[in-house]
Design a binder for this molecule. Structure first.
Ligand code: SAM
Length: 405
């Protein structure tokens, strides 16, 4: 009895400490990128799951699509933006209804949901204000992700059970025959479908640019200047960002090395390059944007790095081999392939990494890969891995340096 009481007292003290932290999150958020912040966050998340009742588990899982759709409404109507821009000030529901042009009864219901999931705070019965999460709900990753996932990913996710049942639960590995076609009732694969949806272009580019912008980049861990750029001059092709979307990785790298002589080049499909040129990121001048289909021979000879970020995770091994075969003749002894992708662990993969994997399954019949699977795909394509540098824990991002065998 005595030990049960003291155990209970310990749990009570722990609960009170956790509640104090929740009320003053700055103590923790000011840890910034200290790995301790992630460890505490994961401990909290897993503790919450460990303590769930069966009802909690059921409700958390089956209501999960509501997260996306209610966030989309908040983004569309600028609710989070309004609250975040007000800083520490709070509003009544009526004030917010006037500013957002939403039926006050409806808005109150949305606000009730948002506060229940800690997207906003409700310090009094009729006062609503922002937290640091509200600010995140106004960031590019959330706003572009809400648009892209609502229109493109979510219908595909919903088609997964039907697709798998119809195909006897075989692992999809065909870009033209995966849940995407069922979800969108189309014969097209993702990129040709997407080309016909120019209205999704900005959300696509912004999502690519921002989905991991809270995490370190490969060049924070890999010294590319030391490893690849020795003796470069103004004509040296330093970095070719193949399938680079908005060119955000090239831009970040160029900004890290502003005095580096040499050329930085972004390559992508025609319709993507047109969007990039129409809406270049600030500071993009000095980077060349070039139309190139990576299923055709690489036109730039002897680059120091041919860089692919989240490109191979779109394709099965045989197609990856085709893409790599088109690079190989352009490489010299100074060239390497840089593959910036998730490297799944054999055990205990993270939630951010595994949801990318299931998304690839549904969208492209493709997958994220473990280190062993990366060795296989490169080996089959006639390449070998020189090194793998894992540079984020959250997403298990890694930089794979590969050269011809
Ligand atoms: C998942 S996105 C990754 C974008 C960017 N590398 C990043 O990490 O943010 C895949 C990219 O491959 C490009 N892509 C698809 N097919 C292509 C092709 N045949 N030739 C060139 N780029 C292609 C897409 O347009 C898209 O920008």
């Amino acid at each position: 009895m005595g030990s049960t009481t003291s155990r209970r007292d310990e749990i009570l003290a722990l609960t009170e400490r956790i509640e104090a932290l929740i009320n003053d999150p700055q103590t923790v958020t000011e840890l910034n990128h200290d790995p301790l912040r992630r460890r505490l966050r994961e401990a909290g998340r897993r503790l919450s799951v460990a303590l769930e009742t069966p009802g909690d588990t059921a409700h958390r899982v089956v209501y999960s699509p509501l997260h996306l759709v209610t966030a989309k409404v908040g983004v569309d109507k600028g609710i989070f933006k309004l609250l975040a821009e007000a800083g520490d000030s709070t509003f009544t529901a009526k004030e917010l209804a006037q500013k957002t042009n939403i039926d006050p009864v409806l808005l109150k219901r949305l606000l009730r949901y948002y506060q229940a999931f800690d997207y906003i705070r409700q310090p009094a019965d009729d006062r609503y204000g922002a937290t640091h999460v509200t600010k995140s709900m106004t960031g590019l990753a959330l706003t572009s992700g809400a648009g892209l996932f609502y229109h493109m990913n979510a219908p595909t996710f919903m088609a997964l059970p039907k697709f798998l049942a119809k195909n006897n639960y075989r692992n999809p590995n065909d870009v033209s025959d995966c849940p995407f076609q069922v979800g969108h009732n189309t014969d097209l694969s993702l990129f040709p479908w997407f080309q016909r949806r120019p209205e999704l272009g900005p959300d696509f580019l912004n999502w690519m640019n921002s989905h991991c912008s809270d995490l370190p980049r490969f060049y924070d861990s890999y010294d590319i200047k030391q490893e690849l750029w020795q003796n470069a001059d103004a004509d040296t092709i330093l970095f070719v960002d193949v399938g680079g979307a908005h060119g955000h990785q090239t831009l970040g790298l160029k900004q890290k090395y502003p005095d580096q002589p040499g050329r930085f080049i972004l390559q992508d499909q025609d319709f993507v390059v047109q969007q990039v040129k129409a809406t270049p990121l600030p500071g993009f001048d000095g980077i060349q944007a070039q139309v190139h289909d990576f299923f055709t021979p690489q036109p730039l000879q002897g680059a120091r790095a041919y860089y692919f970020r989240n490109v191979f995770h779109d394709w099965p091994n045989d197609i990856c081999a085709r893409i790599l075969a088109n690079i190989r003749p352009a490489m010299t002894e100074h060239s390497v392939i840089l593959i910036d992708e998730i490297v799944l662990s054999e055990r205990g993969s993270t939630w951010r990494a595994t949801q990318f994997d299931i998304a690839m399954l549904t969208l492209m019949g493709a997958s994220e890969r473990t280190a062993n699977e990366w060795h296989t795909v490169l080996d089959e394509a006639g390449f070998k891995i020189r090194s793998i540098c894992q540079y984020t824990e959250e997403c298990q991002n890694g930089l794979i340096v590969a050269v011809p065998k």
